[in-house]
Design a protein around this ligand. Structure first.
Ligand code: VGL
Ligand code: ZN
Length: 204
């Protein structure tokens, strides 16, 4: 499918940051394969929003902040199950910066998420407690943007949670698969694909 974006369409580029790319603290396998498709999409969209995972060093999602735990273990937090990650995307560090290969100059909004110490935020819309809003839904609605095309990292975490929330919030939600790559921890990619389909997310 060729995407011909109109004035109510927005490209939402998720977390194309050094730590998620090869050599980074939480490198997504083949993550740099998204760079070219993201550049191609950025050239045709009139409206672009980019997100940036942005954690304090003592963030609850880091295994290093849980005694005796390792990355990819899971723990139960007040809002539910939380995967523990290697320290990544610490606010202000090089790992949290966008890849130098991402041209974010066309982005109209840079949305940071995950900055509350005790709550993770895979989704660009709502934090993991499912109550705390990031403000993105209101921003898009106020601007009359109704159809969202998702690209970036990682398919099975931040892209999936964002796309599912978008569908639930009444946006048309499309994931551009060739512009995304996944972490695939313990079957998470398969699960995310099925959950997205059930939620009404469409795949391009
Ligand atoms: C992400 C795990 C932890 C993502 C962010 O961008 O998909 N995954 N933080
Ligand atoms: Zn994170």
């Amino acid at each position: 499918m060729t995407i011909r974006p109109d004035d109510t369409d927005v490209l939402l580029v998720i977390d194309v940051q050094n730590d998620f790319l090869p050599g980074g603290a939480l490198a997504v396998p083949d993550g740099d394969a998204v760079l070219e498709p993201v550049a191609a999409l950025s050239a045709v969209f009139r409206h672009i929003v980019v997100t940036q995972d942005w954690h304090p060093a003592d963030h609850v999602s880091f295994a290093s902040n849980h005694f005796g735990r390792s990355p990819f273990d899971t723990v139960t937090l007040p809002y539910g199950e939380q995967v523990l990650w290697p320290d990544h995307c610490i606010a202000g560090t090089r790992g949290a910066e966008f890849s130098p290969a991402l041209d974010a100059s066309g982005a109209q909004l840079v949305l940071r998420k995950g900055y509350h110490r005790m709550v993770d935020s895979y989704s660009a819309f709502r934090e993991a407690d499912r109550r705390t809003q990031t403000g993105l839904a209101g921003y898009l609605r106020e601007r009359g943007l109704r159809r969202i095309f998702f690209a970036g990292l990682a398919t099975d975490f931040c892209v999936a949670w964002s796309a599912i929330d978008a569908a639930e919030l009444g946006f048309e939600s499309h994931v551009v698969l060739e512009a995304c790559r996944g972490i695939d921890a313990a079957g998470s990619l398969d699960r995310a694909m099925r959950t997205m389909a059930t939620a009404g997310v469409r795949f391009v």
